[in-house]
Design a protein around this ligand. Structure first.
Ligand code: GLC
Length: 756
């Protein structure tokens, strides 16, 4: 079969619509294990309506951990509800001892003794933290990312957790949005691959093992497209963006057998996701055949009242249940109203049974019915938390996540014998910000700071803070107050810089300046840090800027003046060691940006895989798509990242071979040190029934090369990569010309073309 025969919308649509679809649920149940399906049916047949509704109810273990606590509700009676079997799950219960205590009430005191499933936001580690997900994504190293998730699952399971609310697979193109730190950036192909790697790391090959946990693809759907990058804001996107950008990572998650999906706070084209029947029942569970269960986001069921979609909590419960939201997180809507709604005929008990089947199936697959306390072993907890092997794994992840943005005159790596090294910036001495904002289970002050990392590597330096980043109290729920005025320690820092050979400036965002509820309108260096950088530059231009941040930053002045810039994100527990190893050459940075860095926040949303527009370039004066006061170009493009060595690409070839396009290119290490490179493959379908982006990532390979070594890098493009969803939601591959590009980032590419 070749493309000619394949290129028939109907055939492709039929053939490929399976793309991203799991096998649809067999009508005997949702597990591949028939025995589990039988057990689920037997248990379901014994349950009262109230007990079924109880399985669909999730309570928080303590308040304010990840959202505002309800002012009223039955939470204060949650222990009684546990005994009644009215609580199917809890979140934010931590520690083997506490989980055992809660589980004991549910299992030994309720009529049917159905175990609860315990969820937690294990986003990039549990106690031992890896880099924030956006940082991990910069590694483009799927095996390392999978390993990182395995470590997270091992520690979480040791603390009684059997379900994580991760990976977040929301694509986002807007650095103003605080939650870009939690995802894999702007690209659908990369985001899909990384989401799958994380799910495989969390769930492993045996969900019933005591070091694997159920994963959760979130937030379904469109949350990353919140207008103006303002968290929880309206999402209004077209069909092509939905089907070609937003949905594919969720379809890939389903293909990876993700056990749960979390819906999103946002309204999607006028309908809140939690009450969106088309999204959850028709598409996710129907067309795509999702076999797991859908959990609401925190209070998102209740919030349908604020959206103006439900008149009251009872109607919210009705809309959510009928739309396919299987479990209610912290709205108390189901536990209060669902039984009545069934009795009133407003919700079918068959739909309740379906939700309960899905939930019980995951609990059986986790092994919770065999041993409800299997995750509650305090001995294991002590042995595994902060284990040295875990620190080694997150250090490896961190080393692979650092991105070298600039290195004029080979300022980096620094020479360990240099005598007068100044280190300036409060973040250099910060042991908490490098942990990021999503560290529900971890402990403050457990990151290796930059200063500690330098000491660990016997580097002599002199430190001056220069300026605080934040002032006053900070915390999970507390907005960060940034120091915008206090420059009282500038003088000491400037004096130190004046007498130093090289100045390492560690600047960026406080750990709580990105993450949920932390959108920014200004994505420059917060507070007085930019001024500090410019003042130091006046007395010493030999500066290495180490960035510590949870989102792309707009730093045109730094790019224009500072000779060396390292992007270190928030690298987690081993942050300082990874930064020290990179600064002094024990680690050759190999990261590539998973998200575009703007010149100016006003360019947001800015992304590489944009459409061409009808007036892409100048030529007729001002009448083309541009700004009169800023370039269209990013500061640093998607896929960008330098190395301490250099790579040369040559001999790009592409040809149609049957029903694939074969692509090859030679990459050579032309520098003096070994290094890792990420060769990136992009395509452009030049004329299609729905306009296609000027380029789309459709393959990548990360590899190591010694100096003067070369590698023939080969890719195969199948229909899955060459096709797209049209505005009828059908997957098609169309005849015509395709540009094929391969290179070291999304701009620096070699180009050829093929015709299908
Ligand atoms: C939060 C987040 C969600 C998280 C949930 C539970 O508000 O939106 O990602 O998993 O609540 O903490």
């Amino acid at each position: 079969m070749n493309f000619k025969s394949l290129i028939n919308v109907g055939l492709i649509a039929t053939t490929l619509l399976g793309v991203g679809c799991t096998s649809s649920a067999n009508n005997r149940g949702y597990s591949k294990d028939a025995e589990i399906n039988t057990k689920v049916e037997m248990l379901l047949s014994k349950m009262t309506l109230e007990e079924k509704v109880g399985q669909m109810n999730q309570y928080n273990g303590f308040y304010d951990a990840t959202g505002p606590a309800p002012s009223d509700g039955d939470a204060k009676n949650k222990y009684e509800h546990l005994r009644n079997g009215w609580v199917g799950s809890m979140l934010n219960v931590r520690g083997a001892k506490e989980v055992r205590a809660m589980q004991k009430m549910a299992v030994e005191e309720s009529r049917l003794g159905i175990p609860m499933i315990f969820g937690l936001d294990v986003i990039h580690g549990h106690k031992t933290l890896a880099p924030i997900p956006l940082g991990e994504s910069a590694s483009w190293d799927l095996e390392a990312i999978k390993k990182s998730a395995q470590v997270a699952a091992t520690e979480a399971a040791a603390e009684g957790i059997n379900w994580t609310f991760a990976p977040m697979v929301d694509i986002s193109r807007d650095a103003r949005w605080g939650r870009v730190m939690e995802g894999a950036g702007e690209d659908t192909y990369l985001g899909s691959k990384i989401g799958v790697a994380r799910i495989q790391g969390f769930q492993g090959d045996d969900l019933s093992a005591n070091n694997t946990i159920a994963a959760c693809a979130k937030h379904f759907a469109g949350y990353g497209f919140a207008e103006a990058g303002r968290d929880y804001n309206t999402v209004d996107v077209g069909t092509s963006t939905l089907y070609n950008v937003i949905f594919p990572p969720f379809q890939a998650a389903l293909d990876a057998d993700v056990k749960t999906v979390m819906n999103s706070f946002n309204i999607l084209n006028g309908v809140p996701a939690t009450g969106n029947k088309w999204l959850q029942r028709d598409l996710l569970k129907g067309k795509w055949g999702f076999n797991g269960f859908v959990i609401s986001d925190w209070g998102s069921c209740m919030e349908m009242m604020a959206h103006g979609f439900a008149a009251d909590l009872k109607e919210a419960a009705e809309l959510a249940a009928n739309a396919g939201s299987d479990m209610d997180m912290e709205s108390y809507a189901y536990v209060k109203h669902l039984s009545t709604l069934v009795k009133e005929g407003k919700v079918n008990e068959a739909d309740i049974d379906d939700a309960v089947r899905r939930i019980l199936t995951v609990k059986y697959e986790l092994g919770l019915f065999d041993d409800p306390y299997k995750y509650c072993d305090e001995q294991r907890e002590q042995e595994l938390i902060y284990h040295e092997d875990h620190k080694a794994a997150v250090l490896d992840m961190a080393l692979k996540s650092v991105v070298l943005l600039k290195n004029d005159k080979q300022v980096l790596p620094l020479d360990k014998s240099q005598k007068k090294i100044a280190v300036i910036g409060a973040l250099a001495d910060d042991k908490t910000s490098p942990l990021g904002s999503w560290r529900v289970a971890s402990d403050d002050n457990t990151a290796v700071s930059v200063l500690e990392g330098l000491k660990n590597h016997n580097i002599k330096y002199t430190y001056a803070k220069g300026a605080d980043v934040s002032v006053g109290d900070v915390g999970f729920q507390i907005p960060v107050t940034i120091n915008n005025t206090d420059k009282s320690e500038f003088a000491e820092a400037i004096a130190l810089a004046r007498k130093s050979e090289v100045v390492v400036m560690v600047l960026g965002e406080h750990g709580y300046q990105s993450g949920e509820g932390r959108s920014r309108t200004n994505i420059g260096l917060p507070g007085v840090q930019q001024e500090l950088l410019e003042e130091v530059y006046k007395v010493n231009q030999n500066i290495v800027l180490v960035l510590m941040n949870g989102r792309p930053l707009a730093l045109p002045w730094a790019d224009a003046h500072i000779p060396a810039i390292l992007e270190t994100w928030q690298l987690g527990t081993e942050s300082g060691n990874a930064i020290a190893k990179t600064l002094f050459g024990d680690n050759n940075p190999s990261g590539k940006l998973p998200m575009t860095f703007p010149r100016n926040v006003a360019q947001c949303p800015i992304y590489y895989n944009h459409y061409n527009t009808g007036r892409p370039t100048g030529g007729n004066g001002v009448f083309w798509s541009h700004y009169i006061d800023e370039s269209n170009d990013p500061l640093y493009p998607f896929g960008f990242g330098l190395s301490y060595t250099s790579f040369e690409y040559s001999n790009l070839k592409a040809k149609v071979d049957g029903d694939v396009v074969k692509v090859s290119i030679t990459v050579k290490n032309t520098g003096k040190v070994a290094g890792q490179e990420v060769a990136q493959l992009y395509i452009h379908d030049k004329a299609a029934s729905v306009a296609r982006p000027i380029k789309e990532l459709k393959g990548f390979e990360k590899f190591e090369l010694a100096p003067n070594d070369s590698k023939l890098v080969e890719f195969e493009l199948t229909s899955k990569e060459l096709g797209f969803y049209n505005n009828e939601g059908e997957f098609v591959v169309e005849a015509g010309d395709f540009d094929i590009m391969v290179g070291t980032d999304s701009q620096n590419v070699s180009i050829t073309s093929v015709t299908l």
